[in-house]
Design a protein around this ligand. Structure first.
Ligand code: PRT
Ligand code: MG
Length: 224
């Protein structure tokens, strides 16, 4: 049996066409059923639904053989877990950019905050974010002094309430920023979702996993 970890929402939705192109059909609709293990049209393949941030954990520790996770999630996971001895993303083989759930990671501020001036003057900037690892690296590389404030959601609120001067968040259409009268002042990196595979499973279940990875690769190429 091969177990594929996906998260509900955009990753599941955007993975469906790639799965279909690989001849795989998921037999349950996660929006209608409360099941966490979904059967597919292949008796040797099942899908498990986990939180987006838990996908790397499931795949790394063998709860799933492979999974789909955003680059944002993989970067935070790798950095957070490198201190614990497990070696960051060790055991996680990352073979493919699936080019789905695309967005960018950016710095945003209130319209009336002069980010460029704050950077130029070398001021300490208070930055609220869920992506503390990526943010720390970005500002360190730029030589900008920041106080990072870890949040788990609703980052947009931080500059509006005076909790922070800036946020680092994901942006796709820009409408969330706009609705909160925030402006994107710097683009940090482009984000898309990646296929990650358990390295040990890739040895033990080599044939079926390799076939699946190849099918995904062809599907991604066909959609370019
Ligand atoms: O929602 P939940 O707390 O369960 O988990 P999650 O937020 O980690 O999962 P989900 O499904 O929301 O996101 C899964 C992955 O999708 C992320 O890890 C990203 O790699 C990717 N992705 C792509 C996005 C976006 N686009 C995106 N726009 N993830 C989040 N957003 C959010 C963003 O944080 C902001 O709040 O959407 C808002 C901005 O969108 P626009 O269109 O208004 O700019
Ligand atoms: Mg979300």
């Amino acid at each position: 049996m091969i177990t594929l970890a996906l998260s509900k929402g955009r990753i599941f939705d955007d993975s469906l066409p790639l799965l279909a192109a690989a001849g795989i059909e998921v037999l349950d609709d996660p929006e209608k059923s409360r099941k966490l293990i979904l059967a597919t049209n292949r008796s040797d393949l099942r899908v498990v639904l986990v939180r987006a941030t838990d996908v790397p954990t499931y795949v790394q520790h063998g709860g799933a053989d492979l999974g789909v996770a955003g680059l944002d999630v993989l970067l935070e996971h790798g950095a957070e877990h490198s201190a614990g001895g497990a070696g960051g993303n060790a055991g996680l083989y990352r073979p493919l950019d699936l080019r789905i759930a695309r967005c960018r990671m950016s710095v945003a501020t209130r319209e009336d905050f002069d980010y460029a001036a704050a950077v130029r003057q070398g001021s300490r900037i208070r930055v609220a974010t869920k992506y503390t690892q990526a943010a720390r690296q970005h500002f360190a590389a730029k030589g900008v002094h920041v106080d990072l404030i870890k949040l788990y959601g609703s980052m947009e609120l931080a500059p509006l309430t005076g909790l922070a001067d800036a946020i680092v968040d994901l942006v796709s259409t820009g409408s969330t920023l706009k609705a909160n009268r925030l402006v994107e002042v710097e683009r940090i990196m482009d984000i898309s979702s990646r296929l990650v595979v358990n390295a040990a499973a890739l040895k033990v279940k080599r044939e079926p996993l390799r076939a699946l990875i190849d099918a995904f690769e062809r599907a991604v190429e066909a959609q370019r």
